[in-house]
Design a protein around this ligand. Sequence first.
Ligand code: ZOZ
Ligand code: NAD
Length: 693
Amino acid sequence: MTSPVSYTRHDDIAVLRIDNPPVNALSQAVRQGLSDAMDRAEGDAGVKAVLIVGAGRAFIAGADIKEFGKPLTPPFLPDLCTRIEASPLLVVASMHGVSLGGGLEIALGCHYRIAQPTARVGLPEVHLGLLPGAGGTQRLPRLIGAEKSVEPITSGRHIKADEALALGIFDRVTEGDTQEVGLAYTRTLIDDSAPRRPVSEMPAPDPLDWDATYDAVLKKGRGQISPAIAVRAIQAASELPFAEGMKHERKLFMELMETDQRKGMIHAFFNERAVSNLPELKGVEPRALQAIGVIGGGTMGAGIATAALLSRLSVVMIEMTDDAATAAKARIAGNLAGALKRGKISQDQHDALLGKALTVSTSYDALGDVDLVVEAVFEDMAVKREVFGKLDAACKPGCVLATNTSYLDVNEIAAATSRPADVIGLHFFSPAHVMKLLEVVVADQTAPDVVATGFALGKMLGKISVRAGVCDGFIGNRILATYRTAADHMVLDGASPYQIDKALTDFGFAMGPFAVADLAGLDIGWMTRKRKAPDRHPDERVPTYIDKLCEQGHFGQKTGEGYYVYEAGKRGGTPNPKIAQLIEAEQKELGITPRPFTNEEIVRRYMCAMVNEGARVLEEGIARRPADIDMTLLFGYGFPRYRGGPMKWADIEGLAGVLADIETYAKEDAHFWQPAKLLRDLVAKGHDFETLN
Ligand code: ZOZ
Ligand code: NAD
């Protein structure tokens, strides 16, 4: 087998070229190839310097994800970096595209670094629940200082070339062919008799207030530990000789390898890529997408239009009246102004998106050329059916007709058209130009290439797309309704909404369920409870105290009062004293003696409800794989990434224990806590959810 690392002589410079498509990941063969080529250069008479370059689109994208989970094989990356650095020859890296993780660590093992203006570097290991384990935490602080290393290492973010140059990671940025500019730079270094410059021999970085830095990073990570542990590794760079620091980095790395958080993060890393790969779509071509229509320019429609415009699709927005159209355009303009402010688009791009790329109209005739339409009108079946009838008449053959409905039956909506095969659900999350999740809801008659087009749109918009089947709430909102109910029951039984919110944010959720309800608007739940009341099972426990607040016109943040009271200009709210009184009155009425809950019990019940409903969603085929549920909760509902998702959480906790707890809870409320059959079957077989992925 030929090596993915080639060796060529250019006078007194040896060029080591890594060619391991698609992104030059550091597979065993690449590590071996680099090691062998270094040996060869050192034994090659007349060679004074080594230049390392990458073929294709990147220098090195890091460790090979295909080798994750397999036993480590030599040459080990930390040894390779040290071996490169220790060479008596001058070693230079010429970088382009990304140099991530082990890719940057190899470059830090070189004596000099030159890069393209479009190059990006980063140490994303914390996103895998790890820390840079091949000297990154020891060399980067020696090169650029401890203080400047903390943020890049603990955030794992990509650093652009100009910033990397300013930080001192790159010595030079020059545009041109990577090998040519690398050779020219190496030649200059040789001619100037530039010394070898091993980063490991640079002085140890100045210390920081390590405990304060650790605490600040831990707090920012909402319970994620790898960034905080990375701070301790950087501390070692400042306090220990290099070789000792490397040992300490390795020890911390190995400790992180053993954590549940590492398992959760790797699960998320793989599955955020895997969810969009549907086996049944292999070879199915999506339909062309250039222009899309959006019906309804309220909260969601404006967000969807913004996302499409930012992805360079042209948009035709349809509203009911001229006034509503003007308001819709203003919402989109507000979103785009935000993108301009954050530097995501230039002023010229902003003007073009609001100008040529966007058409706002009250006539469905304007939709004649669009390739796909997303309907985002009021959540009302009669209105939706009327809109789909009009779309059927106005849109060209082959145009994909999508609904953004949250709960309604997509089959019934499709039946309002003469082309149900072209109809699909595309369920976005608010704010639609920010939230990463897209549920692609496949109805009974949806054609495969329409499904493929839904996923293609998701990719264009930078979303994580998950396939869902038709049911009340699809994957996400259906599971949400269940775990919200578990929280409501705990409130009736004695836990306060504030204790529940706190227990769940401590668990790692971005927000607790009651703060979320205030943000979404309490009127939504109020209306849903009214809608569902006639068909309600007599054993179903539904709190009514919050309806009393709604009856007084308090709907959460938008009215300034809900579970929390919101003062103008202040972030977040304070507990609303009325809530405790309303709950107490309801408990009296129902004859409930409130009991204390520990935070552990709150989390356990909440999670068991989520997992049990998840199992039902799988059982019914609404979600195809447990990982689809995990990614839905991660990207749409603020579930902590480092726990991997609810189904992964259940696997880590042990399914037998989860089932046993559900059975215990069922003794108090057999209606709500019916264990899912799938969960019972998995436990009986000794399997876990991972076996279904
Ligand atoms: O793909 C983007 C990216 O960010 N990739 C991941 C980079 C990364 O995180 N690398 C690992 C860093 S950690 C490390 O190096 C050291 C370490 O200590 C790890 C220890 C592991 C121990 C684990 C124990 C359990 C990237 C920016 C590179 C490109 O993005 P694009 O959007 O342009 O393209 P994609 O994402 O569609 O990817 C294109 C093709 O490249 C494949 N690929 C990406 N990263 C890879 C990789 N293949 C192998 N290894 C990687 N690291 C990707 O699968 C896709 O392939 P195709 O076949 O689907 O086209
Ligand atoms: P909204 O009330 O903010 O906006 C609806 C818009 O549709 C209004 O601007 C209205 O003028 C317009 N409209 C109504 N009938 C129309 C018609 N026949 N033709 C053209 N325009 C019409 O509602 P929203 O929050 O944006 O929700 C829209 C849809 O998205 C609903 O189905 C909802 O369930 C769903 N959804 C909402 C959220 C959310 O968080 N708000 C999240 C996901 C999905």
